[in-house]
Design a protein. Structure first.
Lengths: 98, 393
């Protein structure tokens, strides 16, 4: 079971609380986690990754285990603590705009 | 008794203001979609309970929202209101605006002019304007940045670009204005379903006479000294165009500078700035029942986006332009430095005609007597991006 924490505006869109849990088949990567998140909550498609390119939106960041994973390859394995559900995968709105 | 519903898009959410036909007491609901930019909301003329909204964010991108009950509840098209989504592939992608690269237009464009004169790829940023069909609640047009027009025929669930516009020969000469390269005006001709007029900053006005398949620039008569050839076919920074549905061949335009008029559906334009204190501005609109009565709000200059002399004045012409009178009763005439953006003025169809506009200071002003006097419906909203009005039976 993968745990994902969403920023407030995406919680509102998806009608969920701070944290959601996902079943991910196969390797646990940014791509497989986001695929599972968008499958479970289709209204989030396009809000975290671009519809077409599937690139992370510029002002969002992915944190876990006190690391910034935003620039890791989408298919790189996430930390074992995320894969096991011990640690949460954080989707953060970057501080911008003053 | 008739009612009026005012749809207000702001920098931090949407608000809905409702009153009876007297337009004296108002109920304010909102913020809807708190914290998001609501560039535009507009109701379907064919079903007033159907309202479309463009919800955007620099962080999270574009969302389309739809209400089927007059703004009480909202949902993303394809995701039923109040229902938890089912696992699996989405049934719809209501926020997917992908430029047509299929070659349908014969020559799909991939670049336009950038601020520095180089060519730049088209990149979707947001929906500026939603224009529901005059006859079908499920058909709606979207004007987007970077400039293009999309259409949905399934209530906003899926969008397809009308790529003939972007495929026009002049596309590489289009360039962004200070606010981005946005398609901000869409006018549907009630007398001719084949005819659509649009405007882009900074490309100019275009018209389709075949329901959006092909387009031609309609900028003859415009003069813009900030482009190398002031009378060029494209490159003009048109801020807004308005039409009275009873006389669709007559168009009024607020350009970056200059207020203009066309009596031939845009084939040619002539200046009608007349005695305005400044002819820079964003909004322009037409009285519902008097097609020669028009309204603008002059803004000091392109470098100073606020009203001149600290006075908020609506200017009205009852002669189709050139002769203008300042309307000030009820509006601040001292120390006022607000702006009024291009989609932030609208009219109702009651008798007397109501006029509404919203400011960068968060005020929404209304006149229930065609502009003779004004009152603030609300004073302290976030900065207003757009105003639309529904007159309800």
């Amino acid at each position: 079971m993968i745990r994902v924490e969403l920023p407030q505006h995406l919680r509102t869109l998806a009608h969920v609380g701070r944290e959601v849990t996902l079943d991910v088949e196969g390797p646990v990567t940014q791509r497989s986690v986001l695929d599972a998140l968008e499958a479970q909550y289709p209204m989030l498609r396009g809000t975290i990754r671009d519809h077409d390119t599937l690139k992370r939106r510029a002002f969002l960041r992915f944190f876990a285990c006190e690391q910034d994973l935003s620039h890791e390859a989408p298919d790189a394995p996430l930390p074992e603590a995320v894969a096991s559900g011990k640690e949460v995968f954080l989707i953060i709105g970057a501080i911008a705009g003053g | 008794m008739s009612r009026v519903r005012v749809l207000v898009g702001t920098r931090k959410g949407a608000f809905i203001l409702e009153s009876d036909g007297k337009r004296e007491k108002w109920d304010v609901s909102g913020p809807h979609f708190a914290g998001w930019e609501l560039y535009h909301l507009k109701g379907s003329p064919a079903d007033p309970n159907r309202i479309y909204a463009s919800q955007t964010s620099g962080w999270f991108g574009q969302i389309i929202q739809r209400s089927d009950d007059g703004g009480k509840t909202w949902h993303q098209p394809g995701t039923p209101a109040g229902q938890a989504p089912e696992p699996g592939p989405p049934k719809a992608v209501s926020n997917k605006f992908v430029y047509d690269a299929s070659g349908e237009s014969g020559k799909p464009l991939t670049t336009h002019q950038w601020y520095d004169g180089t060519q730049h790829p088209w990149e979707f940023k947001r929906v500026w304007h939603l224009e529901p069909s005059l006859t079908d609640p499920n058909t709606v047009y979207a004007g987007v940045e970077d400039a293009a027009i999309f259409r949905s025929t399934d209530g906003g669930e899926n969008w397809k670009e009308l790529s003939g516009l972007r495929g026009h020969d002049t596309g590489p000469k289009w360039q962004p204005g200070a606010g981005g390269m946005c398609l901000h005006t869409i006018i549907l001709d009630p007398s001719n379903p084949q005819r659509i007029v649009i405007a882009i900053s900074a490309a100019g006005a275009f018209r389709s006479d075949d329901a959006g398949k092909s387009w031609k620039p309609i900028n003859k008569g415009l003069y813009s000294k900030y482009i190398p050839n002031p009378t060029a076919e494209v490159g003009h920074c048109v801020h807004h165009i308005a039409m009275n549905p009873k006389r669709p061949g007559v168009l009024f335009m607020q350009k970056h500078w200059d207020v203009m008029r066309s009596d031939d559906a845009g084939d040619s334009w002539r200046e009608i700035s007349g005695n305005l204190p400044t002819d820079f501005g964003f909004v322009i609109d037409v009285h519902s029942h008097e097609p020669e009565t028009i309204y603008v709000i002059p803004i000091k200059s392109d470098g100073e986006h606020f009203v001149p002399e600290g006075k908020l004045r609506v200017y009205r012409s009852r002669t189709g332009g050139n002769e203008w009178e300042a309307l000030t009763k009820g509006l601040p005439q001292k120390d006022c430095y607000v702006n009024v953006l291009r989609d932030a003025m609208a009219v109702d169809t009651l008798d007397k005609c109501g006029i509404y506009f919203g400011t960068s200071g968060g005020q929404v002003y209304a006149s229930a007597d065609a502009g003779d006097s004004w009152n603030a419906i609300v004073r302290d909203l976030p900065a207003v991006l757009s105003i639309e009005v529904q007159t309800l039976a």
